[in-house]
Structure formats: C-alpha cells, structure tokens
Design a protein around this ligand. Sequence first.
Ligand code: ADP
Ligand code: MN
Ligand code: MN
Ligand code: MN
Length: 365
Amino acid sequence: MRSPLSPDVTNPPGVVIAEYVWIDGREGLRSKPKTVEKKWKSLDDLKKSPMKYLPKWNYDGSSTDQAPGTDSEVMIYPQAVFKDPFRGGDNILVMCDMYTPGGTPIPTNTRFQCAQVMDKAKHLAPWFGIEQEYFIIRPKDRKPIGFPEDGSEPAPQFAYYCGVGGSNAFGRTICDEHYIACLYAGIQVSGTNGEVAPGQWEFQVGPCVGIDSGDQLWMARYILERVAEAYGYDIDLSPKPVVGDWNGSGAHTNFSTKPMRDSGGIEEIYKAIERLSMKHREHIAVYGKGNDKRLTGKHETASIEAFTWGKANRGASVRVGNQTVADGCGYFEDRRPAGNMDPYLVTMMLTSTCCDIKIEKMPTM
Ligand code: ADP
Ligand code: MN
Ligand code: MN
Ligand code: MN
C-alpha cells in the first residue's frame, strides 16, 4: 500500500516521535508512540542516558496479563534507544522495562535482574552473539511460507539452507529489509542466513557487551515483526512450529569474557564449560518454553536430558569452534537456547554460572 501523504510531511521542528516498546505477560512485544520534545544534543547523549531525556510512561497491564483490571497501571522506564527505521528522521524506538507505580519491577521484568548481574560482571566484559532463528508464517493457514497453500508437503530439507531460487528461498525480502533496518537502528546484526526448513531464516546480533545483548535482540525481534506485519505475515520464534522432519528454531548463544578472549583463554573456556555441566537443569529451565520438542538429539541438536560438549560438534549442548581451539582463546557456543528464549534470562544465567556471580532469586520463564 502506498502512503497517501506527501513526501515532505515530516516532524515539526524540535518534535520527535518515540515508539515505546515493552514485553507483555506472554513474551510478546507491544508498543505505542509518544510525542516528545527533543532536548538532547546528540543521539549519543540520549543513548547514554535515556531516563534523563525521556519520560517514564504507563500502559494498561490488564490487557497484557500483567496487572488486575482494578489496579491496571504498569509503568515503563526508557532503557535503550534506537533510531526508528520506519518513521526515519530523528524519530526513535525505545526499549523499556516494566514496574509497579511504586517502582518495584513487575515479575516479568527480567531485564532488572539481568542488569544487576551484568553490572557485577562489568570487569570481565561479557560478550554475547545470539543467532536468532525464526519462521515466517502465513496467517491464513498458520503454515510457514514455503509450505504449499494446498496443504501438500514441500520437498524434504536440503536446498533451503543458504538457498537461492524460487523453490528454495521464501521471504528473503523480509529477511533483507529487517537486516538493513536493524543496522540503521543501531543494532549490531553481524549477518543473516536462510535456514534448513522452508520459510525459516536466521539473523545474528553481536558481539554485544552485557545488557546491550538483551536490549538489542528484543528490539531486533520487534523490528522483524513490524517488517513482516507490513507484508501481512507473522513471525514464529517457537522451538518446534512444524511437526515432522523439519528443523526447529534455536537461539544459539555465543559467549566470552575478557579472560577467555585473552591469550591462553581456552583454559577459562574449559572451566566455564565444567561449571555449565553442573547447572544443566537450571539453564534448561529458562532456555525457552517447549524446548523439549526441539532438543531431541536430531536436527543438529543435543538431547535435553544431558549436558555434552565438543569441538566443532553441532550435536552437542556446547560447541567450541575450531578457530578458538586453534587460537587457544576466543568464545564458545551454547546451542541449547530455543528461538523463543528471553535473552535477558539466558545472558544472565550464562554470566552467573560461568563467572560465578550469585543470582538472588532464581528466575522462572
Ligand atoms: P554459527 O557458526 O554457529 O552459525 P554465527 O556466525 O551464526 O555462528 O554466529 C556467531 C555469533 O557469535 C555472531 O553474532 C558473532 O558476532 C558472535 N561472536 C563472535 N565472536 C564472539 C566472541 N568473542 N564472544 C561472543 N560472541 C562472539
Ligand atoms: Mn548461525
Ligand atoms: Mn542456524
Ligand atoms: Mn550456531
């Protein structure tokens, strides 16, 4: 649909539209825009202290499963700012977290605790690179695009992964537009690829430091849904959206600390893996709902039952890449998180376990 507005219709001077984005009670994203006065000197300034320039706001928590109707106000605090690739200009997207009117983080505010752990780990400079896999879904029949509309099965998995051509790549425009929109927004997307199942894609966000990882991944998911929405499609992040011999969606999380990246750091990596092996259950508990359907030991996954690791092994819970082994330092990949995991929880757990930082109250998802 072409816009009926004249192309010179833009913001009045000094006025910015800020789209406040937050997470609802069922791990979905919500947003609404607010007109704000542009009081910051530069975008960098604003990014460093969003709360200094942007007001707190609220929404109706009874419509998001986060508050009773009788006391429905949930507060949102602006935490991370991105350029708005949809409105352009000075307009912004704002990642928020959620509080009661009294200022207590609500139970689904996983960012709050994550930020505390990241603060304690600051001296170790934890880096994360998250590989977000997803399906583009046709609302009409809830099937991924790439699955024939007549209900017949597509060709078995082979040519779709990094595939080209009309019979192999479905929805590349959405993947590509999302990619450039994220880069414009200031999200560190390091790349994308067509995935193993038809209509399935991946993008990677990272390496990001500390809390930025969760903020950037959530905002990248928001932008993805907005791009898909414009074409009339949905995005499915769930670990096993199509039953049968079709890959599920993961969110492999690559992790390192400064000691791991420094020369000889592989010893630190092995220590971290040892710690992870003793906390398998605790990690799986927050690595995404329905992950048991995906972590079967098939389709490049490890069984959910036991922790395993290996060099260059895509059938293990944790993989250490050949380059890291050759260099004697670098990072490792936790392959267990599901596509629908909460990156605030996953990055917090990895940091807590590998860096031995206590979490006051164990989170649930
Ligand atoms: P795979 O080979 O498993 O498909 P990808 O290339 O899709 O891996 O993703 C790897 C991710 O790891 C990227 O987002 C990349 O930026 C990130 N990464 C690279 N180096 C590090 C590091 N030292 N620590 C954490 N993440 C890293
Ligand atoms: Mn990847
Ligand atoms: Mn992948
Ligand atoms: Mn991977």
